[in-house]
Write a protein that binds this ligand. Structure first.
Ligand SMILES: O=C(O)C(=O)C[C@H](O)[C@H](O)COP(=O)(O)O
Length: 208
């Protein structure tokens, strides 16, 4: 499995995906990869999340991980389903230890100095800054990076195509996450609008 930093450096944007119907999984993954976004975070907010991860992994070039992983049991289920990395909105010591023991690349959410210190106690150096915009935005991340130099971040939460370049211009930010790549409008016709998704992915991949 790839270390988390390699995954974070693969593409400037990680699409955060909420897959409501299993039939959508592969067409969405194909459309995103075609646009140059290979790292895909599938949230476990829906009943077909794990099944979607297993299906999307079959798409050539896709690196598929699980998001919204909040406890060790979910982590183990996500790894069994084939997740190549794990993202969490937050960080508990239990979850961090389970991730380290399993060896799966892990990106836990942090929003405060205390969160970061809990992660550093576990030996972690890569974090999702979440929820990025409402936790103070880029000025907050810059302030937090002062005492904690050397850490690397994937800000997520409220970031869009227009604001992603500012985040990515800050050195500790290796990539950003966001849900703007795929939305309800892409299923409106009853069929996935792969071209629209690919066009958005291409714009996002070009930010780097
Ligand atoms: O489900 C999770 O595990 C999360 O941590 C939440 C997502 O990362 C955000 O919902 C993405 O934020 P938006 O791009 O503003 O929609």
């Amino acid at each position: 499995m790839k270390p988390i930093e390699t995954i974070m450096r693969t593409a400037p944007v990680i699409p955060v995906l909420v897959i409501e119907e299993i039939d959508h999984a592969v067409p969405i993954a194909e459309a995103l990869v075609a646009g140059g976004l290979r790292v895909l975070e599938v949230t476990l907010r829906t009943t077909c999340g794990l099944e979607a991860i297993a299906a999307m992994k079959q798409v050539d070039g896709a690196i598929v991980g699980a998001g919204t992983v909040t406890n060790p049991e979910q982590l183990h289920r996500a790894v069994e389903a084939g997740s190549e990395f794990i993202v969490s909105p937050g960080l508990t010591t239990d979850l961090g230890q389970a991730a380290i023991q399993s060896g799966v690349p892990f990106l836990p959410g942090v929003a405060t100095a205390g969160d970061i210190m809990r992660g550093m106690d576990l030996g972690l150096e890569h974090f999702k800054f979440f929820p990025a915009e409402t936790s103070g935005g880029l000025p907050a991340l810059k302030a937090l990076s002062g005492p904690f130099g050397g850490l690397k971040f994937c800000p997520t939460g409220g970031i869009r195509q227009e604001t992603a370049p500012d985040w990515l211009a800050f050195d500790p930010v290796l990539c950003v996450g966001g849900s703007w790549l795929v939305g309800q409008k892409d299923f409106a016709s009853g069929k996935i609008d792969g071209e629209a998704i690919t066009a958005r992915a291409r714009d996002a991949a070009a930010i780097a």
